[in-house]
Design a protein around this ligand. Structure first.
Ligand code: ADP
Ligand code: MG
Length: 399
């Protein structure tokens, strides 16, 4: 028996039936439990899927508005920098060493005791499985010890709801989720109800920033370093390929850009050349994100007959000022409102995990304590399995 179930009721509110996780469970998806928790939620969120150990406390009022009571992010950047990227074993060990203190710090910052919480949310994937297991195990232990419901959160769902942390943003909206590991366009109807419109067929945009930054000799993480280098550079100087231009879907591709940039990087002579190439690369990535988003906006506006025209960009790359500006202009031209999360909630954080957990809890959902850690876990699982943009591997469909 699941020890947390003594605390959970058996009523399934009608609205839970529409969420994909509730209506279309797959073999490896965490089972959704029904709970009777309703009204205001106060949730501790835990995030350990990559190289940030993070904990946050978020309060969601009965009207669906979120308030971040505490948010602590301990970055492992210094530990991975000598290797030029994230080393999974180092990441997992660093999460083990700090999760306890980071969670305690978030609770102290919020001025709350565990008895004040209504649930515990932990990232259960996708990500580096060694790290995911640390936060998820911590969350399960805390939920068991305190008799609280556990919500096993999809990290991408956290990014999907993150813009709601800083703005009064109602559902539904069109989302560009653009991070180090993902680049997707999604229709978001609500928490747990995402439909994929397009996805990258090779690299993610953040991955392209990071890899090209590396060829320019910039330190990890490359995205912010490339943005800084691009400052004052001539974005028109180098011609870079416009991938997928004219293709009628909403997919992305960055591998050709990466190859072209690597070739150009070999011929650079001085600091001005490097600055111009960085500016050209940044503009080319921003242009593709805007062009593909423009296609999605057109389709979305037609399907919605001009209603609910909200465009949201989230994920680490949403921190890039040129990317934001290009997308904002595209949204304005299409008659969409534009929302991006506050900068602190663009890159990995636990406030977005706590919010996704709180929103699920408010819908009456939680997960049993045997919820698995999933290295791969697409948001729109049905679309990912039916038409994979990456061959599904041993670990399942990617995106
Ligand atoms: P993931 O969850 O996939 O690990 P994050 O949401 O944490 O990714 O985002 C990290 C990614 O965002 C990295 O690829 C990083 O280079 C990129 N990034 C962060 N800030 C910027 C920026 N200012 N410009 C471009 N890319 C950025
Ligand atoms: Mg992330």
């Amino acid at each position: 028996m699941n020890p947390a179930s003594s605390h959970l009721g058996e009523t399934v509110p009608a609205k839970t039936a529409r969420t994909p996780t509730a209506s279309a469970p797959t073999a490896s998806a965490p089972t959704v439990r029904a709970t009777t928790v309703a009204g205001r939620q106060t949730v501790l969120g835990l995030e350990t899927s990559c190289d940030e150990t993070a904990a946050a406390v978020v309060r969601l009022d009965a009207g669906g508005r979120a308030e971040v009571l505490a948010s602590v992010v301990a970055s492992q950047t210094a530990a991975h920098a000598p290797y030029g990227g994230v080393v999974p074993e180092i990441a997992a060990r660093a999460h083990v060493e700090s999760i306890d203190a980071i969670a305690a710090q978030a609770m102290a910052q919020a001025g709350l005791a565990y008895a004040d919480l209504t649930g515990i949310a932990a990232t259960a994937g996708p990500g580096l499985v060694g790290g995911v297991m640390v936060g998820l195990a911590f969350g399960k232990a805390a939920a068991l010890a305190r008799g609280l419901p556990l919500i096993a959160v999809n990290h991408l769902e956290g990014h999907a709801v993150s813009a709601r942390l800083g703005a009064d943003l109602p559902y539904p909206f069109l989302l560009l989720l653009v991070s180090g590991g993902h680049c997707q366009l999604l229709e978001v109807e609500g928490v747990g109800a995402c439909r994929r419109l397009g996805s990258t067929i090779d690299d993610a945009a953040g991955e392209a920033f990071d890899k090209i930054a590396k060829t320019l000799g910039l330190p990890y993480p490359g995205g912010p370093a490339l943005e800084a280098l691009a400052e004052g550079g001539d974005a028109e100087r180098f011609q870079l390929p416009r991938m997928l231009l004219g293709r009628k879907d909403c997919d992305f591709s960055f591998s050709g850009l990466k190859t072209a940039a690597a070739r150009l990087a070999e011929g650079l002579r001085d600091a001005a050349d490097r600055r111009d190439l960085a500016a050209s690369v940044q503009a080319a990535i921003a242009r593709q994100l805007a062009e593909r988003s423009d296609r999605a906006m057109a389709a979305y506006a037609t399907a919605r007959e001009g209603r609910d025209l909200r465009f949201v960009v989230a994920g680490g790359v949403a921190a890039n000022r040129m990317v934001r500006a290009r997308l904002q202009a595209t949204a304005a031209a299409r008659g969409f409102s534009f929302t991006a999360p506050p900068l602190a909630y663009c890159t990995d954080n636990a406030a977005m995990i706590a919010l996704a957990g709180a929103e699920r809890l408010a819908l009456g959902q939680s997960h049993p304590l045997d919820a698995p850690a999933r290295p791969r876990w697409p948001l729109d699982e049905a679309a990912a399995l039916a038409s994979p943009t990456h061959a599904p591997g041993r670990k399942g469909a990617k995106a």
